[in-house]
Write a protein that binds this ligand. Sequence first.
Ligand SMILES: [Mn+2]
Length: 306
Amino acid sequence: MNIFDIIDKEITRFDRVYILGHIQPDGDCIGSSLGLYYLIKENYGRECIVVNEEIEKYSYLGSWTLPGSIDYSGSLVIQVDNSVRNRSCDCSFMDASVVIKIDHHIVIDSYGTYNEERMTSSCCEIIASDAVEKGLKITQDAATCLYTGMSTDSGNFMYSGVSSSTLFIASKLLETKIDVSKFLSKAYERNLNTVKFIAEAYNRMKVTEKGVLWIYIPQEIEDKYSLSPDMVSEALSCMRNIKEHPLYVLFSDLFGKIRVEFRSQGIAVNEVASSFGGGGHKFASGARLKSAEEIPLVLDALDRLL
Ligand SMILES: [Mn+2]
């Protein structure tokens, strides 16, 4: 079903409409929540409230409210780019009267009243594609947000999942005459501190017996470079596209737990991720471990895939 048919049907029934992203927001999370905000504002004349955690990198796309003190009861919530309910930026969203889930991850928790779950390369692609199909007016603000998410979630249209319709939809966004090189340079820029951290991450890279590449970033390194969680993930770039090593994993300390980010070229990693309580995509998944002592267990499970 086109998401705007659902929004058409539900939006007039509620005084308050919230659009929420997931924890540790990325370009697709911010792009899809703000992109949808601009589309609804332009085409339905309604002001939604966007709720997301803070991330400075994408602040050029617009502004939003921080989670924490919102009472969702009696409201409509549109939850974007978030596969499972407890990864929402504000878990109390389940108090809402109606929840519309719009997501592109492997389905493990259809928590919405409506669940639009499609295996596209980004959540922004779902929103942009349905807006194009419905003939909605797409402003430059909306197009900038949606193109940012489509680009950042697909490795700038390089990863598997990019289809002919991905590029068709991207070309529709370009018809609004947005200046892609200008705003994407902000999405992809790094500061010197991050580059110095990446140099250190290269030095910490290890390889298992079967050839799984891995890096562990402990808290003291995060403190040394004052890293936010999204900056820690930059260490994945050290291990990407290494010919002999299609499978790689990044471990990092996060709020007393170990964050695990699995990546691969052509080897499904999502089942290993879900066996450790995580999830995500076939070739890009995540999980959380209770302690660093579980790292060897994850590496053993990955070795068995090779
Ligand atoms: Mn996404």
